[in-house]
Structure formats: structure tokens, C-alpha cells
Design a protein around this ligand. Structure first.
Ligand code: CA
Ligand code: CA
Ligand code: CA
Length: 289
């Protein structure tokens, strides 16, 4: 009996500790309980050390939200961080843009077979009269787009929100911290130091309502790629990572990820609580038919 009580107490204590561990959306994963990386960079960046590098991807599903973090940074010259999210049945096997921000330059890109996104997010920052940080959220199925410019005011970094818009019923929380000076190096396709990559704590954080992703259950799959200013010449910074030796992907419109070894996406699992309730199991039956 004593052992049972002790066991329950331990579970209760863990639950309390978990619920008390609120995520602070500030561009740092420190203390937020993301847990282990879902993907760690495999190759040093071809676009500039500590300017455009994706060190690791993190995420979890909680409280009706997807919490997503990508450590590293995107150069403040309006290079693009392309984020694709597969959260539901259906979606695109071959990318077709919603028409925003010149993303049509990537039309024709073939995703990994097990990755069919419904959502495309573009993150960009730079100086156009003043510093700014912008985000587009495109629903690839409806081609609706929510855009928010200067999310942090006249700053490249900070904490802010993307207001609800044509593609989103709820606000998106955004945090960005570009202070990383470690992580992967700038040796192009050389093998990345994955211990260093996994040690980076700063970068992009997003909190997205699950309904805006069309999520009904199961896991959520994410792919992230650093591209250039007109979406026409991509780096080798992709999560999941590219094979060692990979330099620039260059034009994504002719890139076929299904023919590149490994998964160029990472998986954020369904929370155990949802699986236990059976909600996810039912939804899984409708996924990826
Ligand atoms: Ca899908
Ligand atoms: Ca670095
Ligand atoms: Ca692949």
C-alpha cells in the first residue's frame, strides 16, 4: 500500500511539474520542456556560419497547440526559412504554391513519399527602411494566406504574434533569437558536429493552433529549408538533414526529396494522453490515405 501511494504521488508530482512548466515563447528553448531534438543537422551550412543554419528541430503537441522550435538562424537579408507542416490526411506530394511571396519559384518540388504537407510557412527578416521580421502562413489546400509584417516592430528579434487572418482562426505566437554563435560550422557539405548542433538553444519558436493545421490526431511532420530571397536557390540546411557531402540544393523546383537518402522531415509524436483516449487512433484511420 505504501508503495502504491508513493507511486501515485510520484505520478501526481510529475504531472504538476509538467503543467507548471509553462513555455516562454522567446526564441530560446531553455527551460521549456521540449525534450530531445526531433532532428539534428547532418551537414555544415553552405550559406554562412551563424547566418543561415538550422541546428535542430524540436516540438510537441499540448493544449490544442503545436509547439515548434528550430534552433539556429536565418540571415537578415530576407533569405527565407521555408517550413512545411503535414498534420492531416491529404496534402501535397508535389509543391504548388498558394501564390504568396514568390513561393511559386518552388513549384514542382517533390516531397518525401511519407510527407504530404497542408501548410507552408515562410519566415524572413532584414532591413527595409527599418529592421523587420515577417511571417506568411499559407493553407496549401485552400490557398488562403495569413501574413504579418514587422512582428517585433522595428526589430529583427523578439516576441510577438501573427494575428488571425484568411488562413488562420487563431493567432500564432512567434519568438526569434539570432544570438547563436556555435552549432554547425560553415564547411558546406562537411559532416556537422551534431553534439554542437544539439547544444544550440536559440532560434525560432512558433505556437500554432491545431485547428489551423487541420489536425485531428496522429503525429505531425515538419520540414524546414533555408532558401534565398526569391525562393529560387536553396542552401543545404534542411531538417531532417541531407546526406553528408550535400552542398546547395539550388533550385527547389527541380528537387526531389523522395530520391534523396533519408527523411527530409521530422516527426512530432501524438501526445500519449490523446492516444490513450483513443481520439488519435480514430483520426489515424483517416490519415494519409
Ligand atoms: Ca498530409
Ligand atoms: Ca554555427
Ligand atoms: Ca528523402
Amino acid at each position: 500500500m505504501k508503495g502504491l501511494v508513493t507511486g501515485i504521488s510520484a505520478v501526481a508530482a510529475l504531472a504538476m511539474a509538467t503543467s507548471a512548466q509553462a513555455v516562454i515563447v522567446d526564441g530560446s528553448i531553455a527551460g521549456d520542456g521540449y525534450g530531445a531534438a526531433r532532428a539534428v543537422q547532418t551537414v555544415e551550412t553552405s550559406f554562412g556560419d551563424n547566418q543561415s543554419e538550422l541546428n535542430a528541430g524540436y516540438g510537441f503537441i499540448s493544449g490544442g497547440k503545436l509547439h515548434l522550435a528550430i534552433t539556429g538562424q536565418v540571415e537578415a537579408n530576407f533569405n527565407k526559412l521555408e517550413i512545411f507542416i503535414d498534420a492531416a490526411a491529404g496534402g501535397q506530394s508535389v509543391f504548388a504554391s498558394a501564390g504568396n511571396d514568390g513561393a511559386g519559384n518552388m513549384n514542382g518540388m517533390v516531397f518525401d513519399t511519407a510527407f504530404t504537407p497542408e501548410t507552408h510557412i515562410i519566415v524572413r527578416n532584414g532591413n527595409a527602411g527599418s529592421d523587420k521580421f515577417d511571417l506568411d502562413f499559407a493553407n496549401l489546400l485552400t490557398t488562403a494566406v495569413t501574413s504579418q509584417f514587422s512582428i517585433f516592430g522595428a526589430s529583427l528579434t523578439g516576441t510577438g504574434t501573427v494575428a488571425a487572418g484568411p488562413a488562420t482562426a487563431s493567432a500564432i505566437e512567434v519568438g526569434y533569437d539570432n544570438s547563436n554563435v556555435l552549432g554547425v560550422g560553415g564547411g558546406g557539405g562537411a559532416a556537422a558536429d551534431q553534439v554542437a548542433a544539439a547544444a544550440v538553444q536559440t532560434g525560432l519558436e512558433l505556437v500554432i493552433d491545431l485547428a489551423d493545421l487541420g489536425y485531428l490526431g496522429g503525429d505531425i511532420r515538419v520540414s524546414a529549408i533555408v532558401n534565398n530571397g526569391d525562393h529560387g536557390f536553396a542552401s543545404n540546411q534542411v531538417l531532417g538533414g541531407l546526406p553528408i557531402g550535400s552542398s546547395h540544393l539550388a533550385g527547389l523546383s527541380t528537387t526531389d526529396f523522395s530520391g534523396i537518402a533519408g527523411d527530409q522531415f521530422f516527426v512530432i509524436p501524438e501526445p500519449a494522453s490523446m492516444a490513450l483516449l483513443g481520439l488519435g487512433g480514430l483520426a489515424m484511420l483517416r490519415r494519409r490515405a
